[in-house]
Design a protein around this ligand. Structure first.
Ligand SMILES: [Mg+2]
Length: 221
């Protein structure tokens, strides 16, 4: 199973590196309610099948069409998920084994994070857990046009490290959207404590499944 050609690993943050307790369902419902209240999208419970980021993207598209789009509006809407993130990440510890893994990989592989969360929140969480210094690059939502499951964050990484091809990266995450975004650019995806059935339903078939983050080592060394 070992793969000697791997040069870097791209991690998801929430519930992959960090034991976040973000209430994603409430975050989504609250954001949706607010957007409907603003009249940017019609009431349609099917929207709740989308990710929070996608609902916001649709709302901002609608605002643009209506000539109501401003940076302030964008900030105002994003403040709702941000509130849930800050709450869920407060004093969040690392997932078990993360520190061991990161230290084992450091200096031998590029270590990158692609998160739908904000860069600022990621930096704070990694600093609090004393692992910030090990990462080569953190790509957060301020840096890309579309969030996962869109592959923009992964494209950003590939552009930044032009000499490293997609098959020399490995991606690790807990959610189908991490898998979708990776696989769409040809990066192998390892599911960490993921819901494989849900992933398959979304057309995501992981390269491997692990339940201890340290198992990543099996695929690269
Ligand atoms: Mg996650």
């Amino acid at each position: 199973m070992g793969n000697k050609s791997i040069k870097g690993i791209i991690f998801d943050m929430d519930n992959t590196l960090l034991q976040s307790k973000i209430n994603f369902a409430a975050m989504k419902k609250d954001t949706y309610d607010y957007i409907v209240k603003l009249g940017l999208l019609p009431e349609n419970s099917e929207l709740l099948n989308l990710t929070t980021a996608k609902i916001i993207e649709r709302a901002l598209e609608s605002a643009t069409k209506k000539g109501k789009m401003t940076e302030e509006l964008k900030k105002e809407i994003w403040s709702i998920p941000t509130k849930y993130e800050v709450l869920g990440m407060e004093k969040a510890p690392l997932e078990p084994g993360v520190e061991d893994l990161i230290k084992a990989l450091y200096g031998k592989f590029l270590l990158v994070v692609v998160t739908n969360n904000s860069v600022e929140a990621a930096i704070r969480a990694f600093r609090d857990n004393n692992i910030y210094q090990y990462f080569d690059l953190i790509v957060g939502r301020e840096m890309v046009k579309s969030l996962k499951p869109s592959p923009d964050g992964f494209i950003y990484v590939l552009e930044r490290y032009k000499t490293i091809s997609p098959d020399e990266w490995l991606s690790v995450g807990d959610a189908w959207l991490d898998g979708k975004a990776s696989i769409d650019v040809g990066i192998k995806f390892i599911s960490y404590k993921g819901d494989i059935q849900k992933m398959n339903t979304m057309g995501v078939y992981p390269y491997a499944e692990i339940n201890d983050i340290r198992e990543v080592l099996r695929f690269i060394i």
